[in-house]
Design a protein around this ligand. Structure first.
Ligand code: ADP
Ligand code: MG
Length: 465
């Protein structure tokens, strides 16, 4: 119980109702979220007002609030409910939006050091990978335009500005960006950073009141390469900062290269003015590789292995074609499969047959499978032959309630969704209902063989689909 602080002027709930001891809450946060997340984020939340059913919490900036809300809100609420049962809502108040950074004293003292600090941490995380160069990038009809545009930018910077490369995951965007960075780094001040990392430094600088150095640091590059720009979606203050960075770079004729998972105009929840800036240069896309390119990539990797390890992986033409045909998603997956196959031949010291390959592939695909709450709900309702809407309805009869509980149980076990999130997907049930379901099904499957078998069957269906 708080003693002194409850005597504050703000009596929003009566003394008896006031139950939160913020220090205890913070300790719980640290345990649940781990030291790192806690000290970067949650530690900075303060309790401003306590009402019976909701709280007003203080956070340093708007950005900070967006970040916390998008990542941790469910879990925070879930935790707080452990301390205060009647709670059902949290509001955030932004505390120091207009605290100016430019006149802060400690700036002048140590400007140089701070720049180095940003620089060091960027160098640590964003070193160019020497293996992702143009030489190792294999050309095919799906990527030839992107490749030649990237090479042209290297020959003659700021002709196409920005160069915008987009395409699905694992198709070679980061590889190309990295190759450009390597090519240009000798003669230019190259900055290569992912949009996520850019944000990390942005927030860190806000927290340290260090925005001036942040701006200087990013704006002085002559080649600015930013990967996965779709990360900006929905993040207002980051977009604001990016927009200004972008403009000042273009103004001084720095080359900008951007990658994304979609075309600029398809970036929803991104400001129009940014989209239009991003569209102002050259836009190229990378498509899924065709069979020919996949075979070329596999052969080149095998060659590399031969050269590097002085061993012959002994993989037949037939197996190469089989892998290339089976891997339909992207190049990252293709390489992953090949690595498995190579590891297998090493361990078993034998030439691989197609049947071995099939087994390896089955494993790989099972691992890559993404199970969602939707898929689970569908699988369970099919399995028990129940219409989905009845299974999700509020009716409590056992023939409906058990499958519903099984679906909740599997959602908890097979997805990364939090309890409140799962509850919401089940016709807005409370997270305590989910907890109850998980406990019930765990208990039942320990003693009831049929239950155990059913769950295993549904799991198998989900993994095989
Ligand atoms: P993205 O950034 O588009 O998600 P990456 O650039 O990380 O994809 O590529 C995934 C993997 O595939 C990396 O190991 C990369 O080296 C490899 N890769 C992609 N395209 C090619 C290519 N054309 N030639 C050789 N390797 C490639
Ligand atoms: Mg990438």
């Amino acid at each position: 119980m708080e003693k002194n602080s409850t005597k504050s002027k703000d009596q929003f709930v009566s003394e008896e109702e006031k139950t939160l001891n913020w220090i205890e809450v913070q300790e719980a946060f640290e345990k649940i979220f781990g030291k790192e997340i806690y000290s970067s984020w949650l530690k900075n939340i303060s309790l401003l007002k306590e009402y019976n059913d909701h709280l007003i919490l203080g956070v340093p900036t708007r950005f900070f609030r967006d970040w916390i809300v998008s990542r941790y809100l469910d879990k925070i609420l879930e935790q707080l409910k452990n301390f205060k049962l009647s709670l059902n809502r949290i509001e955030f108040k932004i505390l120091e939006e207009n605290k100016s950074s430019s006149n802060s004293e400690n700036f002048k003292i140590d400007t140089l050091n701070k720049v180095t600090e940003i620089k060091d941490s960027i160098l640590n995380y964003n070193r160019l990978n020497p293996n992702l160069n143009f030489e190792n990038f294999i050309e095919g009809s799906s990527n030839e335009i992107a490749l030649s545009s990237a090479q042209k930018v290297c020959e003659h910077t700021s002709r196409y500005n920005p160069l915008y490369i987009y395409g699905g995951v694992g198709l070679g965007k980061t590889h190309l960006l990295n190759a450009i960075g390597i090519e240009l780094q000798d003669k230019n001040n190259v900055m290569f950073i992912s949009a996520e990392r850019f944000m990390y430094h942005f927030i860190k600088s806000i927290k340290k009141n260090d925005m001036v150095n942040f701006k200087d640091f990013f704006r002085k590059s002559s080649v600015f390469i930013i990967d996965d720009i779709q990360f900006l979606r929905g993040k207002e203050s980051l977009q604001e900062e990016f927009f200004h960075t972008f403009n000042s770079l273009i103004e001084k004729n720095s080359q900008i290269i951007v990658s994304a998972d979609r075309a600029p105009m398809k970036l929803d929840r991104v400001q129009e003015r940014i989209k239009s800036r991003l569209s102002g240069g050259l836009i190229v896309d990378i498509e899924k590789p065709d069979l020919e390119l996949k075979v070329k990539i596999i052969k080149r990797r095998i060659e590399d292995i031969q050269n590097q390890f002085k061993e012959n992986p002994n993989i037949s033409e037939e197996v190469i074609n089989f892998i290339a045909n089976e891997s339909k998603t992207n190049i990252r997956e293709l390489i992953g499969i090949l690595n498995r196959v190579v590891a297998y031949t090493r361990i078993h010291k034998k030439k691989l047959a197609i049947s071995d390959c099939k087994n390896i592939l089955k494993d790989v695909f099972n691992q890559a499978k993404i199970i969602t709450v939707d898929k689970i709900q569908n699988a369970v309702s099919n399995f028990f032959n129940l219409p989905l809407n009845e299974m999700l309805s509020q009716r409590r009869s056992r023939p409906l309630a058990r499958p519903r509980q099984i679906a909740m149980f599997l959602a908890k076990k097979m997805t990364t969704r939090s309890l409140p999130e799962i509850g919401r997907r089940f016709a807005n049930r409370d997270h305590t209902t989910v907890i109850h379901a998980v406990k019930t099904i765990t208990r039942l499957s320990e003693k009831d063989e049929e239950m155990r078998n059913n769950i295993n069957k549904i799991k198998a269906i989900l993994l095989e689909e």
